[in-house]
Design a protein around this ligand. Structure first.
Ligand code: PXG
Length: 464
């Protein structure tokens, strides 16, 4: 067999890809007629494909490459750690320096009250840990029936049985027997799509109180925890109305329900502070971390656990752990990533400079005739496409049709701007420059103009 390298013709790479690589969240058969774009390298905010095209990656990979591509420091640290100690575990009365140093650092940067970190290799694994952790917590306190976890429709918490069950994606639940028992979903705080004639403030309170109603219906003695993303990411960058989170916090406190903030996207500077919980002023007991923890350079995730929960769970053996828990190479890479975030004041820059700059330009896209609203927190933004912006109307066509058309045009314009249904989303590297933001907005605007023309010409500019 010929050696498979970057130098093979694109068509050959695509044919091999279609033949042997099963893609996530994709229709595999489709790759035979239309090959996947082959990404060969990346630097800063730009990807390069096998045809030499430069693509502005306004999604930072999958919301993870917070410090941008091509940082040699992380490669150097990984190589050094691989030579010194490529692997060891911390299961049987052993530990290692990357695990010690990263845990101490994470507790230092976390809000007050956190004391311990339990690791995984992905956000999904960390959320699976959280399910077992909160149930074990209440069982240890003598309440084994306090084991229901409340989550939200259209939430994303991963793709394993646990993570997918916590998530509220109906398309995922339709396959493979999810959700697992004792997971309960309430409505999401998506005022644009579901708020009707209510004000955002009224709607936010109404959706938060669904949590209280669910607790009352299920019984507070049955509910272990509520899990939510501070800002829903994969659900379409849905920013809750201001009234939502204070009410959620009040309800969790009043009913003795643990609050799990899934910070997989919001963490590590995405919202302009270390954690989205700080931006939204919430006090979680557990935080899920992944993605920006290593800027995607190595697979590592974790559950950040409050001192109170850690103390209770720590009394007995917690029969849970992954081979790659606190993997030394991944932990060393994460530490170096955090050093760069701190020393280069990247999060402060999101808060004070590049964040506000992007926000102003992104919000102005709401003036485009195809756009019903623009939302943005820190450096994660969305716009809702609509055939009739005067009344936030959805399209008559199947949800996602207009979004897909727009995404394809965007990709052809060398801008990675994703769609979730008929919302377009961005989450660029936090290191993006002002000039690159200008280019992002220029390509997004051109994309919206072209998408509007195409949607119109296909007779799809019709409200449902
Ligand atoms: N929680 C949240 C909030 C996430 O966004 C996970 C957990 C799971 O993490 P892992 O590392 O297991 O993937 C995620 C992941 C998308 C997309 O298309 C989003 C994610 C993953 C894949 C695709 O927006 N988020």
């Amino acid at each position: 067999m010929t050696q498979i390298t970057n130098h093979l013709p694109t068509a050959e790479l695509q044919a091999l890809d279609a033949a042997h690589h099963m893609h996530p969240f994709s229709t595999q058969a489709g790759f035979e007629t239309r090959g996947a774009r082959v990404i060969t390298r990346a630097k800063g905010v730009f990807l390069t494909d096998s045809e030499g095209e430069e693509i502005l990656d306004a999604m930072a990979g999958l919301w993870c490459v917070n410090i941008g591509y091509g940082r040699d420091e992380l490669a150097d640290v990984a190589a050094r750690q691989m030579r010194e100690l490529p692997y060891y575990n911390t299961f049987f009365q052993t530990t290692h320096v990357p695990a010690i140093a990263l845990s101490a650092k994470l507790v230092e940067i976390a809000p007050d009250g956190f004391s311990h970190v339990f690791y995984g290799s992905s956000g999904s694994e960390a959320n699976d840990t959280n399910i077992r952790l909160v149930r074990h917590y209440w069982a240890t306190k003598g309440q084994p029936d306090k084991n229901i976890i409340i989550s939200r429709k259209n939430a994303y918490h991963g793709s394993t049985m646990g993570g997918g069950s916590l998530g509220g994606m109906s398309g995922m639940h339709a396959q493979g027997g999810m959700p697992i028992p004792n997971i309960h979903h309430i409505g999401q705080p998506n005022w644009y799509a579901e708020g009707g004639d209510m004000t955002p403030a009224e709607f936010g309170l109404m959706r938060a109180r669904e949590l209280e109603q669910a607790i009352e219906q299920l019984g507070a003695d049955r509910v272990a925890a509520f899990i939510a993303e501070p800002v829903q990411g994969a659900g379409g960058v849905i920013v809750a109305p201001d009234t939502y989170w204070p009410e959620i916090q009040r309800i969790c406190d009043a009913h003795d329900i643990l609050l799990i903030a899934d910070e997989v996207i919001c963490g590590f500077g995405r919202t302009g502070q270390w954690f989205g919980s700080q931006t939204l002023n919430i006090r979680p007991d557990i935080m899920t971390m992944a993605k920006g923890l290593s800027s995607g350079y190595a697979p590592i995730a974790g559950s950040m656990i409050s001192a109170e929960v850690a103390q209770v769970v720590g009394q007995t053996e917690f029969n849970h752990g992954y081979t790659y828990h606190a993997h030394p190479v991944a932990a060393a890479v994460a530490l170096e990533n955090i050093r760069i975030l701190e020393e280069e004041k990247i999060i402060q820059r999101v808060h004070d400079d590049i964040g506000p700059y992007l926000q102003g330009k992104w919000r102005a896209l709401a003036d485009h005739p195809l756009v019903g609203e623009a939302q943005i927190v820190g450096m994660m933004g969305s716009i809702a496409l609509t055939p009739d912006k005067s009344r936030r109307a959805p399209f008559a066509a199947e949800a996602g049709t207009a979004g897909y058309i727009t995404r394809e045009i965007s990709f052809a314009n060398n801008l990675v701007m994703r769609h979730v249904g008929d919302r377009m989303i961005i989450s660029p590297p936090l290191t993006i420059t002002h000039a690159e933001v200008d280019l992002l907005i220029e390509r997004a605007t051109k994309t919206l103009d072209q998408a509007l023309a195409k949607i119109k010409s296909e007779g799809l500019l019709v409200a449902g």
